[in-house]
Design a protein around this ligand. Structure first.
Ligand code: GAL
Length: 411
């Protein structure tokens, strides 16, 4: 949004009358499992006598476009869910609130991992509140389908994963469940890059944007693994959303998916039990790493009579008990490192332990696919090249050079 558009916003009267105790949240949590987690937030806000009006929008791209139209039209929500550098994109427009006084009073600086704080602050000011610390490098396997093909333990390497996928194909199952949007292929590729070449290579290629790493034979091998994985997707995958793919593993039509832990909310909604109906393990080769994708609730600079409701929203999100109940339902780890794991199920306990261990040994790192490594322009270039490899529109051998050039063009 241009500077003058931001100024326009301030000069226009509000597009609609506001109730002082109303909280208006724009979010993308539209699946069954996400709605169940959102209910936890709604119930918490009801206890604060806050009227909760949400605007659910399916998909990050559509949410960003609709949100921009709302802001330009002067229809300013209390807050909106964002990921990664998107918070900086909005902060640069001067339309986000400054939560620093509250953050200092509640000591958020010591509770939230530094790797995540970076995206909740802009120019040293808190501009958003993290709500869920998801991670993406998980492998989800249907146990009945695994039994059918004689798979008695989750694949512990890429080679073993390809063997299992081939067996599933021979048994008439959909080997790999995945949806058709580029962000899903990129989410998969993040894990494949680490599994193929290690976390240090992932950092050199995507954090440092090291040209040699981007163009290396190692990157080509990662793209070759991605291309090979794409051959095991359902022929109709391009029409699927992420939760359609998750449903295929839940029902046993597919052997496995590689998905962030937001998928857990769908398994729970379907009354599926971990280690009984499905297995969930770190993607082979990424066992010591946590590639995170946090949901951040960015707070907009609203009129004074709406600020107390906004402050109550921010405090409610960072409340330890809420962090435990919301994230147990959402499938994520709490965003604060001081939340006990007692009320989490076995999966939640593992997710939380992994985050804590990774945070202390330096392997808690952002997911490139979710805007936690590079700004939007580079993230989009990444999406484009990865999706073209997955769709066999470009050969893996050409993809490394293509990615390096696409990134250089927007850097
Ligand atoms: C992620 C988001 C999760 C979940 C997932 C599927 O980007 O962080 O909260 O919504 O998309 O929509």
């Amino acid at each position: 949004m241009l500077e003058e558009e931001a100024l326009l916003v301030r000069s226009h009267p509000q597009a609609r009358p506001r109730m002082a105790d109303e909280v208006r949240l724009v979010h993308w949590w539209v699946s069954g499992g996400e709605a169940a987690a959102l209910d936890v937030l709604k119930q918490n806000l009801a206890k604060e006598d806050l009227v909760f009006n949400d605007t659910p929008i399916a998909g990050g791209d559509k949410l960003k476009a609709d949100l921009k139209a709302m802001i330009i039209g002067g229809d300013i929500p209390t807050a909106a869910v964002m990921s990664g550098y998107d918070t900086w994109n909005w902060a640069q427009q001067g339309v986000l609130a400054d939560l620093s006084t509250l953050a200092a009073a509640e000591d958020w600086n010591s509770a939230v991992p530094a790797a995540l704080q970076k995206f909740c602050k802009y120019n040293g000011k808190w501009i958003g509140v993290p709500v869920a610390l998801h991670s993406i490098n998980w492998l989800w396997i249907n146990t009945a389908a695994a039994e059918k093909i004689g798979l008695d333990a989750p694949p512990a390497s890429m080679d073993a994963l390809f063997v299992a996928l081939e067996q599933a194909k021979a048994a008439g199952l959909v080997p790999l469940a995945i949806g058709g949007q580029p962000w899903l292929m990129a989410t998969l590729f993040d894990s494949v890059v680490v599994a193929t070449n290690g976390l240090d290579f992932y950092k050199r290629a995507f954090v440092d944007l090291d040209d040699a790493a981007l163009k290396s034979s190692d990157m080509i091998r990662a793209f070759q693994n991605l291309s090979r994985l794409s051959s095991y997707a359902d022929p109709g995958y391009s029409r699927l959303n992420w939760n359609d793919a998750t449903d295929m593993v839940i029902t046993g039509g597919a052997l496995l998916e590689i998905s962030g832990d937001w998928a857990k909310a769908e398994y729970r909604s379907a009354k599926k039990k971990a280690d009984v109906d499905y297995l969930c393990v770190r993607f082979p080769g990424t066992e010591d790493d946590v590639l995170f994708n946090a949901d951040i609730i960015a707070m907009f600079d609203v009129e004074p009579d709406r600020q107390s409701a906004q402050t109550k929203l921010a405090k409610s999100i960072m409340d330890r008990a809420f962090q435990a109940s919301f994230n147990d339902a959402k499938g994520a780890a709490p965003v604060r490192m001081d939340v006990p794991d007692a009320t989490f199920d076995a999966f939640g306990k593992k997710a939380l332990a992994d985050v804590r261990a990774a945070n202390s040994n330096g392997t808690l790192i952002g997911a490139m696919s979710h805007g936690y490594i590079q700004p939007t322009g580079i993230q989009q270039a990444y999406f484009d090249v990865v999706a073209r490899v997955f769709r066999s529109e470009i050969r893996p051998e050409a993809a490394a050079e293509t990615l390096a050039e696409a990134i250089a063009a927007v850097k």
